[in-house]
Design a protein around this ligand. Structure first.
Ligand SMILES: *[C@@H]1O[C@H](CO)[C@@H](O)[C@H](O)[C@H]1NC(C)=O
Ligand SMILES: *[C@@H]1O[C@H](CO)[C@@H](O)[C@H](O)[C@H]1NC(C)=O
Ligand SMILES: *[C@@H]1O[C@H](CO)[C@@H](O)[C@H](O)[C@H]1NC(C)=O
Length: 381
């Protein structure tokens, strides 16, 4: 490990010199993002404005109105952009709708709330009904369409791609969510983990082929602590819960999946020694919130926006439905609507990625040098 860090410092020092000689573009000043509701900043809002995420009290914190995000306020991608000193990443479909695709050169978000890593038809063949069909394949097609337009205009499209941060995920969580909502068993769900991983790996390979050099790939959150799952999978058996009151079997599944994802990322690092592949450990970055319930303020797993029940999650009236109101102080809660977290929780997680130990290799080392988007590493976990 020590020598990896030293190599990194040397590589960085070399790049600092090269950067100052060639006046290279600033690093990671552009973000391209793929994923689901954890990263969607407005795409689903264009496609399906009547979705529950786009009614009050969504967006009440910070934006003070529904903002196209499935939370009370900003998401992890917003805090990453802020930390890099760049504006919020605009939704691709929004730019397209308003004839503003030229500004996609400054970054674009292809993530769509509710989307899956796997294609709609793949899941349907296995009896799993996805709520939309904007899978990773569809999002990558949009990116290719955008890149084609960029490269046929006067822009130096290759430089743009090489100097961008690609956020690939979190994606795959919904493939599992839809199966879990339909009460599929964990052994059955585990059989399609390799397909989800393959979809993510293919997307990463394709982006690298298109010139991407710095990619951040997040794992899934501790689903076993979500009010929605705690409600639909509630049990009288105390052994099903961990010391924080979360569902052990569900968090164990997420740990299993995240472990497999990291193995795939390691394999990709060997395949692409000139790409920076960052694993973003959303799971462990979120865990301190559940371990120490006083961090944000409100102790416990009850969500802010809901309509009664032990976790304030009520299947017959959810956040965004008429009459369902938010708590007085969302910044004290971890969970917002039962599946999505509050802005405060996303801010805490992002801080753990940027300033804490939850990005591998450290995001800060790669993206905060005013040289190029990272150094080409030999980082193998
Ligand atoms: C997505 O699904 C809708 C309706 O279910 C269908 O009309 C549309 O063609 C599908 N789009 C893609 C890209 O498969
Ligand atoms: C859930 O919401 C319904 C509809 O508003 C309401 O009638 C019911 O009392 C709520 N359940 C709980 C446990 O509060
Ligand atoms: C990078 O450059 C920006 C803009 O010039 C500056 O605000 C920022 O402090 C610099 N960051 C580092 C780490 O030097």
């Amino acid at each position: 490990m020590g020598s990896v860090a030293d190599d990194g410092r040397i590589a960085m020092a070399v790049l600092v010199m090269i950067g100052s000689l060639t006046g290279m573009a600033y690093p990671c000043t552009t973000i391209f993002s793929f994923g689901d509701s954890l990263a969607d900043t407005g795409n689903l809002n264009v496609i399906s404005p009547s979705n529950y995420c786009f009614s009050p009290p969504y967006g009440q914190t910070f934006f003070h109105h529904p903002s196209g995000r499935c939370s009370d306020g900003r998401l992890i991608i917003d805090f990453i952009a802020e930390s890099l000193g760049i504006p919020a990443v605009k939704p691709y479909l929004g730019m397209k709708k308003f004839g503003d695709l030229n500004s996609a050169v400054k970054g674009a978000n292809f993530a769509v709330a509710g989307s899956t890593a796997l294609d709609f038809s793949f899941l349907q063949e296995r009896g799993i009904h996805a709520e939309n069909n904007y899978s990773l394949t569809v999002q990558l097609n949009w990116f290719r369409e955008f890149l084609h337009a960029l490269c046929s205009s006067s822009h130096n499209c290759h430089e743009v791609v090489a100097n961008s941060l690609f956020l690939v995920g979190e994606i795959g969580g919904n493939d599992f969510n839809y199966a879990l909502f339909q009460q599929k068993s964990i052994p059955e769900i585990k059989t399609f983990v390799p397909y989800v991983l393959n979809a993510i790996v293919s997307a990463v390979n394709e982006l690298i082929d298109l010139g991407a050099r710095t990619l951040m790939i997040p794992g899934d959150l501790p689903l076993g602590c979500s009010a929605r799952y705690l409600t639909i999978y509630g049990s009288m058996d105390k052994n099903e819960y961990d010391q924080n009151g979360c569902l052990k079997w569900l968090n164990e599944f997420v740990e299993y999946y995240n472990q497999k994802l990291q193995s795939e990322i390691n394999r990709l690092r060997r395949l692409h020694p000139y790409a920076n592949l960052i694993y973003a450990d959303y799971y462990n970055a979120a865990l301190p919130l559940y371990n120490d319930p006083t961090i944000l303020g409100f102790p416990g797993l009850k969500i802010c926006c809901g309509n009664g029940g032990p976790y304030n999650y009520n299947t017959s009236a959810v956040c965004g439905d008429p009459g369902v109101i938010a708590c007085d102080n969302p910044s004290q809660y971890i969970g917002w609507d039962g599946l999505h977290l509050t802005e405060a929780a996303y801010k805490f997680i992002t801080d753990g990625l940027i300033n804490g130990p939850y990005s591998h290799p450290q995001f800060k080392t790669l993206c905060f040098m005013n040289v190029s988007c990272g150094y080409f590493n030999t980082y193998i976990d």
